[in-house]
Design a protein around this ligand. Structure first.
Ligand code: GDP
Length: 141
């Protein structure tokens, strides 16, 4: 079993799409092992997206990610990192495959409903960013 990090972004939380997105993830074989809701500070958002610090959209991305509540969660399943990336679809909803979360719920390339870690190494770092080890529920099997 593998773990990865998803974040339901402010556009989807404020549009009350959380339930539909969680149902979609669970139906795709990803189980929630930890979940919380918070509003990111600017410092947290800049740190989380530090890899994009030089990009032209960075300031706008930080503004968006701090504009309202977000819901980070740890998801577990076989090949969870790749599975979650497959289920969310391409960054730009215009390019996302039919039936993916971003195709269904994203508003734009920036306001795209959900974040997913892009590799096992990133997942380990991003899970630790939001969840201290002791808050993670042990796997039952
Ligand atoms: P992801 O891994 O599919 O989330 O995509 P990236 O890691 O490349 O980008 C991180 C986030 O930055 C995306 O999910 C979008 O919210 C935002 N983003 C990416 N590319 C663009 C862009 O060209 N313009 C804007 N405004 N936002 C972008």
């Amino acid at each position: 079993m593998e773990r990865t990090l998803a974040i339901i972004k402010p556009d989807a939380v404020s549009a009350s799409r959380t339930g539909k997105i969680v149902a979609h993830l669970e139906a795709a074989g990803l189980s929630i092992r930890a979940i919380r809701m918070l509003r990111l500070t600017e410092t947290q958002a800049r740190a989380f997206y530090a890899v994009h610090a030089g990009r032209p959209f960075f300031a706008s991305l930080v503004r968006f990610m701090t504009s309202g509540a977000v819901i980070p969660m740890v998801l577990e399943g076989a090949g969870a990192v790749a599975r979650l990336r497959q289920v969310i679809g391409a960054t730009d909803p215009a390019e996302a495959a039919e039936g993916t979360i971003r195709k269904l719920y994203a508003e734009s390339k920036e306001r795209n409903a959900i974040h997913a870690s892009d590799s096992p190494e990133t997942a380990a770092r991003e899970v630790a960013f939001f969840f201290p080890t002791e808050t993670l529920v042990a796997t039952s099997d």
